[in-house]
Design a protein around this ligand. Structure first.
Ligand code: ATP
Ligand code: MG
Ligand code: MG
Length: 550
């Protein structure tokens, strides 16, 4: 009996592993260094190994391959959309079941003293600020003992999503904890009481798996303050299994992920408000009225004391980068969250709203590292301006920042845009604001001279870097460069004088921009803006910096 059960479990496991791949792998999606057919075979082989060998021999790459097999394939996403299936209330019960199967109760999460952040924009930045302040405070006072940070998406490597004391966990640690969770879920007994919630032996999808794994990492590594960014929404987000956070924060609300969350800001606010918990302080910043009302109503309904914060006057002497209002809102929220966490963790700490910010707060806010946002990198012929903005509003902000950089700080040279946004039909509409904002902000009304549209595929010859493999995009669209041609057509209409190009990979886009440097006049540099997608920006940083990009 045992043997049969084990055998059938292995078969189920293999089927589960292979199914998404057979559905979705196509040449441009192939993740490894050889031709598509060889690489997909190799990937399957490495996954089979990953699933069956002992944990010591299983590497980071094995873990990433196995993780990629947990992505919901494009065809399934499409089918669900057509059937109107959305993540709902059951998702939290499922996460609790998975948590129990890897050996933790909801109560165990209390040891992590979680700071929980939701929002449409500024979640990651706010979390990075809180993490940076707590890490500085630790250095000065020894408390918290260890700080965890969980964010999404990643920029250059999956392990960036799980940080301890501000550094991504090592490949070795990632692989070890990844397969701990993998094996514990595979071994979940058929007698499990929650088999009606999730079948025995099953595993959650990609982002939820990483959330689950982060709890295991942080609890095993003795983290006693953990900052959590929600994935999508809040109410039904995997991170919402936490019942007693030390504080919840809601950053700027706007329109995004309309299929899952709804198409108006009040519907979206309802989801985000789901992270507020009775007994835990909650904070937000100024919001558009419709969003503010929903947050207030839900706070009352949950008996939560929600504080709406104006920009903290103590920030006046602090050098926040970029020096923009949105970032000061993020910093304001972060200060309140860090104060709430420290009030709980250090009996000698109490917030002093009328005194200057403590030095650890100032240093934490000024020296935070949050890459791929308003970042400038100089090389011989090119000044690269890199920002992962991917909504209408944030792209306008990125455009203004870019022109300011070009005008105020840099030598002259042609403006070059490298842009992509994959899998969202509405992204063509992002271009108008970007084009007009750049021309409007330039004192001479000069726009982009060259505009390059590419996919998010990393390399010209070898396809995606492993950490960037994406099964959720229609492979036909990548092959035919559907989105990129639509962008090109739109841009040519917006600015007929621009030289518009379409290339299949990020590497080729970067090469094109570098080649333009050969035609420059003395003292000029190509002024390149890379934007539209964090995936694009992460891939570009990987190419520009190679192994140092972490
Ligand atoms: N409070 C804000 N309001 C508007 N735009 C913002 C705000 N904070 C950051 N941004 C813009 O959004 C981009 C992404 O910021 P960040 O990573 O903090 O957001 P996020 O909420 O984590 O986004 P994601 O949905 O990608 O996880 C930044 O590069 C910046 O251009
Ligand atoms: Mg988002
Ligand atoms: Mg984020």
């Amino acid at each position: 009996l045992t043997v049969t059960a084990a055998a059938s479990k292995t078969t189920t496991l293999l089927l589960r592993l292979l199914q998404p791949l057979t559905l979705t792998l196509s040449p441009p999606l192939a993740p490894t260094l050889t031709s598509a057919s060889t690489s997909s075979k190799r990937m399957m082989a490495s996954q089979a190994t990953a699933a069956t060998s002992t944990s010591t021999s299983r590497t980071y790459n094995d873990a990433i391959d196995a993780l990629n097999s947990l992505q919901t394939p494009f065809a399934v996403i499409e089918a669900r959309r057509k059937a109107g299936i959305k993540p709902g209330a059951t998702s939290i019960q499922e996460m609790r079941t998975y948590l129990a199967r890897i050996g933790y109760s909801g109560h165990d999460l209390d040891r992590l003293n979680i700071v929980h952040v939701a929002g449409t924009k500024g979640k990651g930045s706010t979390c990075a600020f809180v993490d940076s302040v707590l890490s500085r405070y630790h250095k000065a006072h020894g408390l918290p003992r260890r700080v965890g940070l969980f964010t999404s998406p990643h920029l250059v490597a999956v392990r960036e999503r799980i940080r301890i004391d501000s550094a991504p966990i090592s490949e070795e640690l990632f692989a070890r904890y990844f397969f701990d969770v993998w094996d514990r879920l595979a071994a979940s007994p058929a007698t499990d009481t929650d088999t009606d919630v999730v079948p025995p032996g099953s595993r959650p999808i990609y982002s939820r798996y990483l959330t689950l794994m982060s709890y295991h990492v942080f609890l095993s590594e003795g983290v006693d303050a953990a900052v959590y960014e929600t994935g999508i929404g809040g109410e039904y987000d995997a991170t919402n299994v936490v019942e007693r956070p030390v504080a919840s924060g809601i950053s700027t609300l706007g329109i995004d992920h309309v299929y899952v969350l709804g198409d108006t800001v009040d519907k979206i606010a309802w989801h985000k408000a789901g992270i507020m918990k009775p007994g835990s302080p909650a904070f937000t910043i100024e919001q558009v009225p419709a969003a503010a009302k929903v947050l207030r109503d839900r706070a009352v309904e949950k008996s939560v004391d929600l504080k709406v914060l104006d920009i903290d006057p103590r920030l006046a002497p602090v050098k926040i980068r970029p020096d923009a209002n949105f970032q000061k809102k993020n910093a304001t929220l972060a200060i309140a969250l860090a104060e709430a966490a420290l009030s709980k963790l250090d009996p000698s700490f109490s917030p002093k709203p009328d005194s200057p910010l403590p030095q650890e707060f100032v240093d934490g806010l000024e020296q935070v590292v949050w890459r791929g946002r308003c970042e400038v990198k100089e090389e011989a012929g090119v000044a690269w301006h890199v920002d992962g903005a991917h909504t209408v509003d944030s792209l306008k902000m990125a455009a203004r920042w870019f022109v300011e950089e070009c005008v105020e700080r840099r030598k002259p040279g042609p403006k070059v845009l490298i842009f992509n946004q994959q899998g969202r039909a509405e992204a063509v509409g992002f271009l108008d604001g970007l084009c007009n904002t750049v021309r409007g902000a330039d004192p001479d009304g000069v726009g982009f001279k060259h505009v390059i549209f590419c996919t998010n595929v990393t390399y010209a010859q070898t396809g995606y870097k492993r950490d960037f493999v994406n099964h959720q995009i229609n492979p036909k669209d990548i092959e035919k460069l559907t989105a990129q041609h639509a962008f090109a057509e739109r841009w040519s209409a917006l600015d007929p004088s621009a030289n518009v190009m379409v290339v299949p990979s990020i590497e080729e886009a970067i090469t094109k921009a570098r080649n333009l440097a050969e035609t420059l006049e003395d003292g000029e540099k190509v002024q390149a803006l890379i934007t539209g997608s964090l995936h694009l920006v992460g891939g570009a940083l990987q190419i520009l910096e190679g192994a140092d990009a972490l």
